[in-house]
Ligand binder design. Structure first.
Ligand code: F6R
Length: 240
């Protein structure tokens, strides 16, 4: 595992964006595993800047980690909308190369279809991950085993509270999601996890210095043969 702690958030974001851009330059038809959330917003902004400076994503294929159950793609809080707004609307990835679980069909069916799709499109060349303040990756919450399949999950109360900031009220945050499982995440050829801000200091320390355990699914990243973790100084503040 490679750990790079940068002085500022901006430096961390730029380093992560460079890593993705370098991969796409070397392997233009890469399969990118993408994440959403606050951490990734400035990363997509930077990738859009790289695109405007000449980087093409024309042959890339993408698979997103997760989607809320109950939100249609055009719902403003769906991860479909998030990805359009922050990234896909601004780059040249063809629409049919973009894959995100469906939030608006029967959830078990959406998960089974997404699992089959990952088998067809994969392996993922680079899986981008944020880390939850509770140590989740994707929506694999604490308690998830290392080999969990792509499935429907119940979100824990702390995840619902953490994500309420994107909604007008906490009651509007869906209670379930379809998520890529830990097995599929760890099957990626390489993993890039990004953690910025003081809210991640504890979970990052648990992930890297604590036990490899279902209590902190991010600790499974230490089992991956090619994982890079990029953090800013505040997220890295509790590392040993
Ligand atoms: C997003 C995802 C989540 C987030 C994590 C951190 O697709 O699967 O695991 O990466 O919850 O979210 P932020 O960046 O909002 O702190």
């Amino acid at each position: 595992l490679k750990l790079n702690v940068h002085k500022t958030t901006e430096q961390a974001i730029t380093a992560a964006a460079r890593l993705i851009a370098d991969l796409v330059a070397i392997r233009p038809n890469a399969v990118l595993g993408l994440a959403t959330g606050g951490t990734m917003e400035p990363l997509y902004t930077r990738l859009v800047e790289f695109h405007r400076a000449g980087l093409s994503f024309r042959r890339v294929r993408t698979v997103n980690l997760d989607e809320y159950v109950g939100l249609a793609p055009d719902h403003p809080n769906s991860y479909h909308s998030y990805m359009q707004r922050h990234f896909f609307d601004h780059v040249d990835i063809p629409e049919d190369a973009i894959h995100i679980p469906r939030g608006d069909v029967e959830p078990d069916r959406a998960a089974a279809e997404y699992s089959a799709l990952l088998d067809r499109v994969g392996p993922v060349d680079l899986q981008l991950l944020g880390i939850g303040a509770n140590g989740h990756i994707g929506f694999n919450e604490p308690g998830t085993p290392v080999n969990a399949p792509t499935r429907v999950v119940d979100l824990l109360p702390d995840t619902i509270s953490a994500n309420a900031r994107f909604f007008t009220a906490e009651e509007q945050v869906p209670s379930q999601a379809v998520t890529m499982g830990t097995a599929a995440i760890l099957a990626a050829r390489s993993v890039l996890a990004l953690a910025t801000g003081p809210a991640k200091a504890e979970s990052l320390a648990a992930a890297l210095d604590g036990a490899i355990s279902p209590d902190c699914p991010a600790s499974y990243l230490r089992l991956h043969p090619s994982c890079t973790i990029i953090a800013d100084r505040t997220a890295g503040a509790r590392l040993g």
